[in-house]
Design a protein around this ligand. Structure first.
Ligand code: NAG
Ligand code: NAG
Ligand code: NAG
Ligand code: NAG
Ligand code: NAG
Ligand code: NAG
Length: 318
């Protein structure tokens, strides 16, 4: 996920990066280790999305097409007159986050803590061009095989910083969630403070938003918002490595060097062996049961970057 993040930030707007990110995203695999019983029983179909029609292009009046952008609302603590807490999930599928952020499946979340304290309305809003391939916030239909928009590279001219910043502004001014009809006029940012919450890339977005649209977003909590873009941000992981016990970090470093040296310097067969081994290890989970659909052909089709990315999974970002 973090690899994806740096790609997206550094190369936003570049079609090649988007394709790489889409392909890598398709291969992003969850581990089952360390989950609570409640988390294991989560079924995201219990958290259906709401959608809003948003212009595909905010800056071309001849372009009248719209797309459906997903969002989720928790009004449990809302009292009339309370603020809106708008959590932006950034460059990932937002749906799996909803039980955690809006329903606190693994403990208190920032957005619900704020909602509880200030009797606010909590929202999770998905970023354009992200989400589940079949139901996500895609301006164009997505090809499930390639992970790319069916319009090809041309489609990605609508994935720009400016278009994506205008989406939440449009959303805030057209926010009409079902079930809260009597609050619609009041919930407009003209009358209710909208507070942005976001970490990392969404943190940068929130900071930009305060400068760009102070009339819409009254405040931003920009958590871990990067201040500088870097292509090879290896120092990020140095923090994780530093916090491990020495015997553990030494092993981690050895494994990383080993994988790097095979992927960089060895024959296609050796690279294939390693891809297959890592792919199997990841899909098998902590108990080592390899699902029957795992095969070598599929593993060899993974990019070196995706396979190397598996080494980040034990660092578990949630
Ligand atoms: C999730 O719930 C849906 C609808 O009730 C059901 O069809 C689906 O099988 C469930 N998925 C899992 C993994 O339990
Ligand atoms: C504006 O939208 C129209 C209609 O889709 C399209 O033909 C035109 O190329 C667009 N202009 C720009 C600058 O994208
Ligand atoms: C998706 O992409 C694959 C590979 O390029 C192609 O064969 C297939 O026809 C595409 N599917 C659709 C629905 O366009
Ligand atoms: C690593 O060191 C800690 C603290 O000395 C010890 O408890 C642990 O068993 C060691 N782990 C391994 C794998 O050697
Ligand atoms: C690949 O081999 C070259 C030449 O032996 C060496 O300098 C380099 O460090 C190796 N790369 C990795 C990632 O091991
Ligand atoms: C490997 O898995 C892929 C995807 O699950 C499948 O399409 C393909 O037929 C399998 N190949 C072999 C040789 O089993």
């Amino acid at each position: 996920m973090l690899l994806l993040l740096s790609l997206t930030i550094v190369l936003a707007g570049s079609t090649a990066a988007t394709a790489t990110a889409a392909a890598a995203f398709r291969h992003q695999l969850p581990l089952n280790g360390g989950l609570t019983r409640r988390e294991i029983s989560i079924n995201t179909t219990d958290y259906p999305a709401l959608t809003i029609d948003i212009p595909i292009d905010h800056y071309n009046s001849s372009e009248t097409r719209t797309y459906k952008n997903q969002y989720w609302v928790n009004a449990r603590y809302y009292r009339r007159g309370g603020p809106v807490f708008f959590f932006n999930s950034g460059e990932q599928n937002a749906h799996p986050l909803v039980p955690y952020f809006l329903y606190e499946a693994a403990g208190p979340s920032s957005v619900m803590t704020m909602a509880r304290r200030f009797n606010g309305l909590a929202i999770v809003f998905e970023h354009r061009f992200y989400g589940d391939l079949h139901e996500g916030s895609f301006p164009f239909a997505m090809n499930a095989t390639t992970g790319m928009a069916e319009g090809g590279y041309e489609a990605y001219k609508h994935l720009t910083t400016e278009q994506a910043l205008e989406d939440p502004v449009y959303f805030a001014h057209h926010f009409e969630p079902p079930g809260l009809r009597r609050h619609w006029p009041l919930l407009n940012p003209k009358h209710t403070p909208w507070v942005w919450l976001g970490g990392s890339y969404p943190g940068i977005r929130g900071a930009m938003m305060r400068v760009r649209n102070p009339e819409t977003f009254y405040a931003t909590w920009a958590s871990s918002a990067p201040t500088e873009a870097a292509v090879d941000m290896w120092t990020y992981y140095a923090q994780a490595e530093r916090s491990m016990m020495r015997n553990c970090s030494a092993d981690y470093t050895h494994v990383t060097n080993y994988v790097d040296s095979i992927l960089t310097n060895r024959t296609a067969t050796e690279v294939g062996d390693l891809k297959y081994a890592l792919y199997k290890a990841v899909l098998s989970g902590p108990r080592g049961q390899t699902p029957s659909y795992v095969n070598r052909t599929e593993a060899e089709g993974l990019s070196k970057a995706s396979v190397a990315g598996y080494l980040l999974l034990p660092l578990s970002f949630y």
